[in-house]
Design a protein around this ligand. Structure first.
Ligand code: PMV
Length: 306
């Protein structure tokens, strides 16, 4: 058996963060930074893992378990080797990317045809087995690639048009604890269900508006909607001082709009901006203590590599 190599993209959540956990829609784009998983025959009949750049190897193990459970223990002992084009600290979705890539690599290795839907179901279960919480949007993004409209916890996954997305990304330097922040929001939801439901409904409305404006290429309006989304996220208490200062810096330097991306508390902020302002916005983000991450959106989903 030869080595099988598969890659899956990282992701950025454009709009709909947190509300998506409650079945509302989000828009997510796959990014050019990819994570690679290779499977090759084991030299000694035992499983081996070589996973630099993957902060949590439990996702690889959960993916193998899910594959063995569904496809009947057909994977012989292999060496699983990962390589990441991005730091696991950025919040670009390395856990979902490694889960999806491992499952797809196993399917290729054992010669099993797998549909995107089946891959999604298995990946989502594997991620939930480790992380306990999460909407599954990140697995969908890693599988389908491009920009995806994700709703009803994965019962609706459709491509969204989003050409020439003028996206700028700033890393706060802080790794967010997604599970803890999602649990905090769940507590707020339990204590103030009506208020938080109103926030989620309002977020759903603006995500819907953003899908239309993205398809029209009206990025100025998408920026405004990102600003509104950020206000709701701030209301939910998931933003942070560092995120706010990078967002203020980007807007002060001419961005149409900016918001946190993902769970909040840290990770990355995103902005959309006119092309001619990109340079000054990147400088402003760096002056505010952020690290600009150069990625392109709308990357292809999981695929076999030569
Ligand atoms: O922290 P990330 O990038 O995994 O994003 C979390 C997004 C949430 O909506 C807060 C959780 C989820 O799984 O949808």
């Amino acid at each position: 058996m030869n080595t099988i190599t598969v890659s899956a993209p990282g992701k950025l959540l454009l709009l709909g963060d947190h509300a998506v956990v409650y079945g509302k829609p989000c828009l997510v784009t796959a990014v050019s930074e990819r994570l690679t998983v290779s499977l090759s025959p084991s030299h000694d009949n035992a499983m081996h893992f070589d996973t630099p750049g993957v902060s949590d190897t439990r996702f690889v193990a959960a993916a193998i378990e899910a594959a063995q459970g569904s496809w009947g223990n057909r994977l012989p002992p292999v060496l699983v080797a990962t390589k990441s084009g991005f730091s696991g600290n950025y919040g670009l979705g390395s856990s979902a990317a490694v889960t999806v890539a491992t499952l797809y690599a196993i399917a290729e290795y054992i010669g099993r045809k797998v549909t995107p839907g089946e891959l999604f179901r298995l990946s989502r279960n594997a991620i939930l087995a480790v992380q306990k919480v999460g909407s599954g949007f990140d697995a969908a993004s890693a599988i389908w690639g491009g920009t995806v409209w994700y709703e009803h916890l994965g019962r609706t996954i459709t491509p969204a048009a989003s050409d020439h997305m003028p996206l700028i990304v700033g890393f706060t330097g802080v790794k967010a604890d997604t599970a803890a922040i999602v649990a905090d929001v769940a507590k707020k939801y339990a204590a103030q269900t009506e208020r938080v439901t109103r926030i989620f409904d309002a977020i759903a409305d603006l995500v819907m508006g953003a899908r239309e404006k993205m398809a029209e290429g009206d990025w100025e309006r998408v920026g405004k909607l990102m600003d509104f989304n950020q206000e709701y996220l701030r209301d939910l208490g998931v933003s942070s001082e560092k995120l706010e200062s990078l967002i203020v810096a980007a807007k002060g330097a001419g961005a149409w709009g900016a918001k946190l991306s993902g769970a909040g508390g840290g990770d990355c902020m995103i902005a959309v901006a006119p092309k001619e302002k990109r340079g000054q916005i990147e400088k402003a983000i760096e002056a505010a203590g952020g690290q600009v991450i150069h990625i392109t959106p709308n990357a292809p989903g999981v695929r076999r590599e030569p």
